[in-house]
Design a protein around this ligand. Structure first.
Ligand code: 5GP
Length: 213
């Protein structure tokens, strides 16, 4: 109803907890959310498209982007670099478009430090570590060494949960997506985001005064 600023929606989780499936579903369901496409030095997986899933770059190119101040945040995750390019994000937020960030806890902390008022942060947990390992193995994109490295990283990731606004245990993808949608709906009507609200309230107050005898 009111003009509003976009939300920086952060989704983080240990690798394999289902955050990427959730973010894909949310993107399909909601036209007002744009995905922030990260830059990474990780090798492209068979099912991934450059410029859609990630911008795949060399380590040198990545370092240049950081040096030129073109990253909103960046981190080393599982031995590769990942970062969020600054371009367009502020414009999208000002235009009222919500932006989804599928990033790790180190990146989320950087964004919480610099853009706290715009953020809604959701941390997705697996129902169990056994299930997390199964999901990583089922994905079949990564070899045993990579899977083990991802599980080691999960030790640190699990400690970061307190920084986030919301925690979801991903037992069921459909249920988790529904919960994320509900969080987004609530965030959109938060009083702090509705730029025209003071004006609207003033109008209501004036109307009220005009009819009270
Ligand atoms: P994957 O290699 O499985 O696509 O991603 C590995 C991890 O890197 C995930 O936790 C993902 O959320 C995180 N990641 C992806 N893009 C970014 C980014 O731009 N910044 C940060 N800090 N982490 C990212």
């Amino acid at each position: 109803m009111f003009k509003r600023r976009g939300i920086m929606l952060i989704l983080s989780s240990p690798s394999g907890a289902g955050k990427t499936s959730i973010s894909r579903t949310i993107m399909q369901q909601d036209d007002n959310i744009k995905l922030s496409v990260s830059v990474t030095t990780r090798p492209k997986r068979a099912n991934e498209v450059d410029g859609v899933d990630y911008h795949f770059r060399s380590v040198d190119d990545f370092k240049h982007l950081v040096e030129r101040g073109e990253m909103l945040e960046w981190a080393e995750v599982h031995g590769n670099y990942y970062g969020t390019p600054k371009a367009q994000i502020q414009d999208q937020l000002e235009a009222g478009t919500d932006v989804l960030f599928d990033i790790d806890y180190q990146g989320a902390l950087q964004l919480y430090e610099n853009c706290a008022d715009d953020i809604v942060g959701i941390f997705v947990l697996p129902p169990s570590i056994k299930e997390l390992k199964h999901r990583l193995e089922r994905r079949a994109d990564d070899n045993a060494e990579v899977i083990n490295r991802r599980l080691k990283t999960a030790r640190k990731e699990l400690k970061a949960w307190e920084k986030y606004d919301y925690i979801i245990v991903n037992n069921d993808l459909g249920e988790s997506c529904k919960t994320v949608s509900e969080i987004i709906s609530a965030a959109r009507i938060h009083s702090s985001r509705q730029a025209d609200l003071p004006q609207f309230i003033k109008g209501l107050q004036e109307e009220l005064e005009s009819i009270i005898e």
